[in-house]
Ligand binder design. Structure first.
Ligand code: IMP
Ligand code: MG
Length: 180
């Protein structure tokens, strides 16, 4: 039923599972002997977070925060507001911020600056998808799942107008759905 709105499947369930496993193995190697704290940026990263954390074989805690980038529609703006803050203190911790997609970089450049002020021991960014063509603010990414072209994608946590998050794969949304 949701499938009729999808123009093209970019990453199947199987392709996603394989890549998520590869990223987790990289994290397992890089943080050997350490404890990590995964911070999921809601809501888009919840599916990726759930799959990734179950492939991580390290002492690990999780926390969640939610930000809204004003703009609506299919692009964000530079104005970012925290709508749900972390429940835990990150001072001295090794943090990995988990995002669904890095687009303009507005949201993450703001968020990373804010989290750095709380003095974690280290902070790295892990994003499932990266759209480098759309970057406005520079952001350093350590773990990136897939680089994609400038198209609006949904599924595996990513939404349009809060819908399509439950699709098990990632696909390009038909432009007529959002009037593009
Ligand atoms: P940025 O601030 O422009 O980097 O936007 C980041 C946020 O915009 C992501 O966390 C998503 O919530 C949303 N976003 C950007 N591109 C897409 C897309 O193609 N599909 C769904 N959400 C997107
Ligand atoms: Mg998001």
């Amino acid at each position: 039923m949701l499938e009729k709105d999808i123009q093209e499947v970019l990453f199947s369930e199987e392709a996603l599972a394989k890549r998520v496993d590869e990223i987790a193995q990289e994290i397992n190697r890089d943080y050997e002997g350490k404890e990590v704290m995964l911070i999921s940026v809601l809501r888009g990263s919840f599916v990726f977070m759930a799959d990734l954390c179950r492939r991580i074989d390290l002492p690990c805690t999780v926390d969640f925060m939610s930000v809204s980038s004003y703009g609506g529609g299919t692009s964000s703006t530079g104005q970012v507001q925290i709508t749900k803050d972390l429940s835990s203190d990150i001072a001295g911790k090794d943090i990995i911020v988990i995002e669904d997609i890095l687009d303009s970089g507005n949201t993450l450049s703001y968020l990373l600056k804010l989290l750095e002020q709380r003095k974690p021991n280290s902070i790295r960014l892990c994003t499932l998808l990266d759209k480098p063509d759309r970057r406005v603010k520079p952001v350093t990414v350590t773990y990136s799942g897939f680089t994609i072209p400038d198209a609006f994608v949904v599924g595996y946590g990513l939404d349009y107008d809060q819908k399509y998050r439950n699709l098990p794969y990632i696909g390009i949304l038909k432009p007529e759905v959002y009037g593009g």
